[in-house]
Write a protein that binds this ligand. Structure first.
Ligand code: PGA
Length: 253
């Protein structure tokens, strides 16, 4: 059965103390009965992973993710953090290829493929981001670009390894802009992504794949998006920093 996953991407926000407060507040509002089979993932900065992991320890439907990692296990890479270190800190997912990392840190699909291998090699799961900037959508190039991002970043994986992948479709023009993709635009791209996976692997693998939507998701628009047959949760930025909003999105699944 394919699971819905609601992940809160805090980006570069919250100190360890502030992050713990946010998680405690969120957990207080989150009645396990409201979660059903949904999985919740907190994605704090590296500095808060260990602390957040200790707060959700023992919960089999709440996990912690890092927002990035390096592909090497260790070595002279000043400022970087490896997948094995992230795992040791208590995370079980890593976001790879967020558009902010592609844009501000020039991460290429080739590098992302190596990061994906490192994460899965450590027994963690990847949340692989894809999505087009506005100028690409305006010339109708969005399907081609998303296909390239997925093909080059993920399709080197064996079928068994691919089972550890979650894809997040995040149109760049919708991230942090308040401008959300319409339910139809999201559904159209998610169905396209699922069809690519079915062609590369097989029907079952595609059906099992969780495909999140990301970009200005809020409690007010989450319900419509989540009703789409190929939208299986969300990667939430701004709204994940407000416990009531984040829980509101979880409840809308
Ligand atoms: P947003 O960010 O919800 O603030 O648009 C989503 C993301 O970047 O993952």
């Amino acid at each position: 059965m394919r699971r819905n996953i609601i992940a809160g991407n805090w980006k570069m926000n919250k100190s360890p103390v502030e992050g713990s407060q946010l998680v405690e507040e969120t957990l207080k509002l989150l009645d396990p009965a409201d979660m059903g089979t949904t999985i919740v993932v907190f994605c704090p900065p590296f500095t808060s992973i260990e602390r957040v992991a200790s707060l959700v320890k023992g919960r089999n439907n709440i996990f912690v993710a890092a927002q990035n990692c390096h592909w090497e296990k260790s070595g002279a890479y000043t400022g970087e953090v490896s997948a094995s270190m992230i795992k040791a800190a208590g995370a079980s997912y890593v976001i790879i290829g967020h558009s902010e990392r592609r844009l501000y840190f020039q991460e290429s699909n080739e590098q992302l493929a190596k990061k994906t291998d490192a994460v899965i090699g450590e027994g963690m799961k990847v949340i692989y981001c894809c999505g087009e900037p506005l100028e690409v959508r305006e010339v109708n190039g969005h399907f081609e670009l998303v296909e390239k991002q997925i093909r080059e970043g993920l399709f080197h994986l064996s079928q068994a390894a691919f089972e550890n992948v979650v894809i997040a479709y995040e149109p760049v023009w919708a991230i942090g802009t308040g401008k959300v993709a319409s339910d139809e635009q999201a559904q159209e791209m998610h169905a396209f992504i699922r069809s690519l996976v079915a062609k590369q692997y097989d029907h079952d693998t595609a059906q099992q794949l969780t495909i999140q939507y990301g970009g200005s998701m809020k409690p007010s628009n989450a319900k419509g998006l989540m009703k789409q047959p190929d939208v299986d949760g969300g990667l939430i930025g701004g709204a994940s920093l407000i416990a009531a909003d984040f829980v509101g999105i979880v409840k809308s699944v």
